[in-house]
Design a protein around this ligand. Structure first.
Ligand code: IPE
Ligand code: IPE
Ligand code: MG
Length: 275
């Protein structure tokens, strides 16, 4: 396994063993997506302002990113700021932007040293110039890295993504470059902001909310869900391991039937029902 340096901590022997066990237990999800929720409530519970929770949440991002890279996850998509989050009080929005800029500035080199490629989905152009520049610099610096892709969903919403894809296809139809009959799942995939990224295998949501909050609506069609009550600033690699172990126990049927069923068994039931 490759070395790390995102958390500035040496990996313990116990953690290395846990990762080995997980890898031997089953498939490591190729793509994990996370709705990082509960920063505000976590801070409030500690008698602090919401921004304190966002700041603490960065430590979780570091730990989870490092653990995913060590485990061999190929894509990690983090919901960091939704389209709807622009509706929060301006002091919170400004603090989040400041935190993003600061984090990019201090972490970009470490991502690069760890061979991690940074990318984004969402309306980046809605962010102030200094923030866009910081993002583009980090994306440019890490563009050839191939150990893992860390994709930040920023000013993102699933409905926005689908709307943009529809607009792009509509434009092509208008220009005579696309026949509506050619539109299928694959073509829609190719027009989404996640084109070239496989659908998430596992989606994790922290803070006990049972909703998607406009995250990857199209892409999550067959993703496995893992919801925990833990607030994001307290979500660390040990719980990530639980989520992966839970994922490994699932049978992904994609609407088909489980592999244990034989034709003769089904025939018996049909005979029973129709007799
Ligand atoms: C998630 O935590 C971070 C963002 C949405 C930016 P919240 O800020 O939503 O925290 P809660 O859910 O209000 O506790
Ligand atoms: C979802 O969390 C968005 C992000 C984690 C960035 P929210 O806190 O915005 O979602 P709701 O309001 O609970 O649905
Ligand atoms: Mg929230």
């Amino acid at each position: 396994m490759e070395s790390y340096s995102l958390t500035n901590k040496e990996q313990t022997k116990a953690d290395r063993l846990k990762q080995k066990e997980i890898s031997e237990c089953g498939t490591i999800p190729e793509h994990i997506a996370i709705i990082m929720d509960g920063n505000g409530r976590w801070a409030k519970g500690k008698g602090n302002v919401r921004v304190y929770g966002h700041k603490a949440g960065v430590d979780s991002v570091r730990d989870i990113t490092e653990a995913c890279a060590q485990l061999g996850v190929k894509y990690l998509t983090l919901y960091a700021f939704s389209t709807e989050n622009w509706g929060r009080p301006s002091n919170e929005v400004n603090a989040l932007i400041k935190l993003l800029v600061h984090t990019l500035r201090t972490e970009a080199d470490k991502l690069h040293e760890n061979n991690i490629k940074l990318s984004t989905i969402g309306q980046i152009e809605r962010f102030p110039n200094r923030c866009q520049e910081e993002l583009l610099d980090a994306i440019q610096l890490t563009k050839d890295n191939d150990r893992m892709q860390l994709c930040l969903a920023l000013s993102y919403s699933g409905r926005w993504d689908i709307t943009e894809a529809v607009k792009k296809m509509g434009e092509k139809i208008k220009n005579g470059e696309l026949d509506p009959e050619e539109i299928d799942d694959k073509l829609i995939d190719e027009h989404l902001s996640t084109a070239r990224i496989p659908d998430p295998d596992l989606i994790i949501r922290t803070s006990g909310e049972y909703r998607l909050s406009n995250f990857l609506l199209w892409q999550l069609a067959y993703s496995e869900l893992f919801i925990t009550n833990t607030f994001w600033p307290e979500f660390r690699r040990d719980e990530l391991y639980q989520a992966i172990l839970s994922f490994q126990l699932r049978e992904r049927r994609y609407g088909k039937i489980d592999k244990g069923h034989t034709g003769s068994f089904t025939n018996k039931i049909i005979n029973h029902i129709t007799s």
